[in-house]
Design a protein. Structure first.
Length: 58
């Protein structure tokens, strides 16, 4: 069926590791970032404040 999965509410590295190991394609939650407004997101993207390399999964 070629479906992608998105898991919401990730709060820690162990959850993220488990889900990635078991085939989850997309993750989101407070582990990666608290909820932000559209303005905050736009500012972060415009000023390159999104640093995925700083997120420690394992």
């Amino acid at each position: 069926m070629k479906l992608s999965t998105c898991c919401e509410g990730i709060e820690g590295a162990e959850q993220a590791k488990y889900l990635i190991t078991n085939g989850c394609h997309l993750l989101q939650g407070f582990y990666f970032s608290p909820a932000v407004t559209l303005e905050e997101l736009s500012e972060a993207v415009a000023t390159a404040q999104l640093r995925y390399d700083e997120i420690e999964l394992f």
